[in-house]
Every structure is written in structure tokens, then in C-alpha cells.
Design a binder for this molecule. Structure first.
Ligand code: S3P
Length: 194
């Protein structure tokens, strides 16, 4: 059976985990959070890794966890939420090139508000201007994702519907949905990255 997976990409507060969980639920796929994988592999929380090994150490752990995830065979279909910096690393984008990635885009001001209210400790959040600067720096990388979804003011349910329909993820009576490996990903680009 063809292995199918979608990787959600975006800045802190962009809803990767909530959209990922809901999308996986709707498709009856598994949901995987890469930060959670890192924490169980390293037996430390993300903030602890940052404190002890700095960002460089965290990025190494992140790539190791991603490699492990991609090497797992015989897994069910899954939706994977990446951490906000994962897709910024060239080596990770290279690892993810054969797979579908979806950038959840929103204005920095909305992301700041969301990232403040979810109670998660984020070592790189900084103050509002640092937050916005980092977002601007990362945008060109996020826009390399296979699909860009504007999430501003939208509900999780409507974002999931948009992703499902743009990527044709639902099984159809004629057979499986679109194969995800080896496909021409550029044909799925939408929005500004077109
Ligand atoms: C990071 C975002 C975090 C986590 C780590 C680094 C980043 O994930 O991976 O704190 O570099 O933006 P979320 O995007 O889920 O907050």
C-alpha cells in the first residue's frame, strides 16, 4: 500500500497541532507531532533541550527525529505537525521534498496573539518585534511548501476542508486518493507561491 503523509509547516501559533489533529481525525489517519517525538527520543522537554544544548543542539535533535520518522516503514497514513523552525532548515526541507507539505499562513499579529494564549513555553518567541522579525525571515522558506493556505480568521474545520480538497486526500470510490510520493508537488502550489 502506498504510504501517505502530509506535513504541516508554519510559525509558532499557526495551528499546526490543532489543524493536524483535526485533519487526521477527519481522514482517519494518525497524527504525529514532531516536537513530541523529539521530547520522547531525547527524554527532555523542548525548553530543556534549548537550555542545555542551545538552538544548535535542538536543531540536531529535530533533524534526527525527522529522519527517524521518515525511515519508519509500514506506518499508517499520517498527518505530521512540524515545529516552527523545522522547515527553515535546508536539510529538513531536502528530507521532506518527496512529501506533501502545507504552510499554514497568518499575519504575525494574529500568530502572536494565538501563541500567547495557548500556554506553551516557546524558547524563541521573544517580544512582539523579535517575533515579527523572525517570522519575516522565515516566510520565504515556508512558502516553499507544496501548498500555502491562508488561515487568517478561519476555523480549524474550514482549514482542514481546504487542505483535503486542494490535495484530494479523501479516498474516492474509483480508488485511492492522490499518491503522495513521487508526484509533481509543484502542481499543488496555490496562493502566492504559484
Ligand atoms: C520553534 C517552534 C516550536 C518548537 C521549538 C522551536 C521555532 O514549535 O519546535 O520551540 O523555531 O519556531 P511550535 O511551532 O509548535 O511552537
Amino acid at each position: 500500500m502506498e504510504v501517505r503523509a502530509v506535513f504541516l509547516v508554519g510559525f509558532m501559533g499557526s495551528g499546526k497541532s490543532s489543524v493536524g489533529r483535526e485533519l487526521a481525525r477527519q481522514l482517519d489517519w494518525d497524527f504525529v507531532d514532531l516536537d513530541t517525538r523529539i521530547e520522547s527520543r531525547e527524554r527532555q522537554t523542548v525548553p530543556e533541550i534549548f537550555r542545555e544544548r542551545g538552538e544548535t543542539g535542538f536543531r540536531l535533535a529535530e533533524t534526527d527525529a525527522l529522519r527517524d520518522l521518515l525511515a519508519e516503514s509500514g506506518q499508517p497514513n499520517r498527518v505530521v505537525a512540524l515545529g516552527g523552525g523545522a522547515f527553515v532548515q535546508e536539510r529538513n526541507r531536502e528530507l521532506l521534498r518527496p512529501w506533501l507539505s502545507v504552510f499554514l499562513e497568518a499575519p504575525a499579529s494574529e500568530l502572536w496573539q494565538r501563541s500567547q494564549s495557548d500556554g506553551i513555553e516557546r524558547p524563541l518567541r521573544g517580544d512582539p518585534s523579535q517575533f515579527e522579525r523572525l517570522y519575516e525571515e522565515r516566510l520565504p522558506f515556508y512558502r516553499e511548501a507544496s501548498l500555502v493556505i491562508d488561515t487568517a480568521g478561519k476555523t480549524v474545520a474550514s482549514i482542514c476542508l481546504e487542505i483535503e480538497s486542494a490535495l484530494q486526500l479523501r479516498e474516492t470510490p474509483e480508488g485511492a486518493g492522490r499518491g503522495l510520493s513521487g508526484m509533481n508537488l509543484t502542481s499543488f502550489r496555490t496562493g502566492e507561491s504559484q
